[in-house]
Design a protein around this ligand. Structure first.
Ligand SMILES: C[S@@+](CC[C@H](N)C(=O)[O-])C[C@H]1O[C@@H](n2cnc3c(N)ncnc32)[C@H](O)[C@@H]1O
Length: 363
């Protein structure tokens, strides 16, 4: 079958690498924020269980261009949904739309929903029930400009980016999927020391430690009952699965003691051991192998003037203690950072929420 996974726009390369590591399958970028791959049902379960850069894991049913909603209806009606929804199951369509259209995402959901019902009726003579509140099966559709894809969302309502461990919520916290991707971009090896000197609620060091120890997503993997689906091999895998024990040197520091307390609580809930301490990132002796950071932008927190000063000081500190092997910094103020740090070796544009940002990589 064909699988797809949604991820942060710009970080598809990390999702592709992770899918290869977890399933052995080669994925490719299909769209911004979407990768696709040939897979087994077991792979879909495994990616939900262990995928760290992925938001949703989809059983892909259709990917095409379209000219208007009637075309979407016609193409979706051509899909055989009886192989992925059982007659007694209810379903709901969740739709997302990007680009300029003369229809809304609600129109897309209604069109696709009708096409699913009509296709099912034609194939089986049975009318599927819609349950918008608590569906048994979620049909996900995404329209982007003149293309769209439709699939069964094996992740469920809640994105995998919502890890279960974040009891303390920082006002400018980073998405854990992005935090994990930054760690991978840094090229961190588990015997190296890693620090986030502006760690806030600790998302980056926590994700680094979870990755190193292979800790599964705390989110329970929903096992969809689907025709032809056999969940037993995965249940067996999950029963036997043991995270690894590793001695790690993973650190997080911040100037704000209250955030550090929250970070400690989050790390405890995440089941990882991270050393947190209070320090000014601009004064701290940065004798670590890897630095991964999400400094303030002066957008959600702090003022732009203060942020400029901060970037000047932290860049001076990074250059003063340049024994680190790799520094990866995500910021919505890349030009300010480049002004003080110099041109990075590599940069990637990413989008989190509506905020365009850049990942700058130095070595
Ligand atoms: C964007 S937030 C980091 C959020 C974090 N990645 C998370 O997921 O919770 C930036 C952090 O930088 C910290 N900070 C600001 N100035 C600092 C300084 N001089 N030294 C250390 N930390 C500082 C703030 O307290 C804030 O927690």
């Amino acid at each position: 079958m064909e699988g797809a996974a949604t991820t942060t726009q710009g970080l598809e390369e990390i999702a592709i690498r992770e899918i290869k590591e977890l399933t052995g399958k080669s994925a490719e970028k299909a769209h911004l924020g979407l990768v696709r791959f040939e897979c087994s049902q077991f792979d879909l379960f495994k990616l939900n269980f262990l995928g760290r850069s992925l938001h949703r894991v989809i059983m892909l049913l259709l990917e095409d261009n379209f000219a208007g909603l009637e075309d979407v209806y016609r193409k979706v009606k051509g899909v055989d949904f009886s192989r992925c929804i059982m007659a007694e199951q209810s379903f709901a369509v969740r739709a997302k739309r990007c680009g300029k259209h003369d229809f809304t995402s609600v129109d897309v959901a209604a069109t696709v929903g009708q096409a699913v019902i009509d296709s099912y009726m034609e194939a089986t003579g049975k009318r599927l029930k819609v349950n918008l509140e608590k569906p048994d099966v979620i049909v996900r559709v995404e329209v982007r400009d003149d293309s769209f894809w439709v699939g069964i969302d094996t992740t469920g309502e809640e994105s995998l980016a919502r890890r279960g461990y974040r009891s303390f919520k920082h006002p400018a916290s980073l998405k854990p999927t992005i935090a994990y991707s930054l760690v991978r971009l840094s090229g961190w090896r588990f015997d190296e020391s890693l620090i986030d000197p502006v760690c806030g609620s600790g998302t980056i060091p926590i994700e680094a430690a979870r990755y190193a120890c292979g800790i599964p997503n705390t989110k329970e993997v929903k096992l969809y009952s689907m025709p032809l689906f056999d969940s037993e091999p995965f249940l067996e895998f999950r029963r036997k699965y043991e995270p690894m024990r590793r001695e790690l040197r993973v650190f997080g520091s911040d100037i704000n003691g209250r955030y550090l307390k929250g970070a400690e609580e989050n790390a405890r809930l995440a089941g990882v051991s991270v050393t947190f301490f209070k320090a000014d990132a601009c004064e701290l002796l940065l004798n670590y192998d890897i630095v991964v950071a999400n400094p303030p932008y002066g957008i959600r927190m702090g003022s732009p003037r203060k942020v400029e000063k901060f970037y000047e000081r932290i860049a001076a500190n990074l250059r003063r203690h340049d024994t680190w092997r790799s520094a990866v910094i995500i910021t919505a103020r890349p030009s300010t950072l480049v002004k003080y740090m110099g041109e990075p070796e590599k940069e990637i544009s990413v989008l989190f929420g509506d905020l365009p940002a850049k990942v700058l990589m130095y070595s």
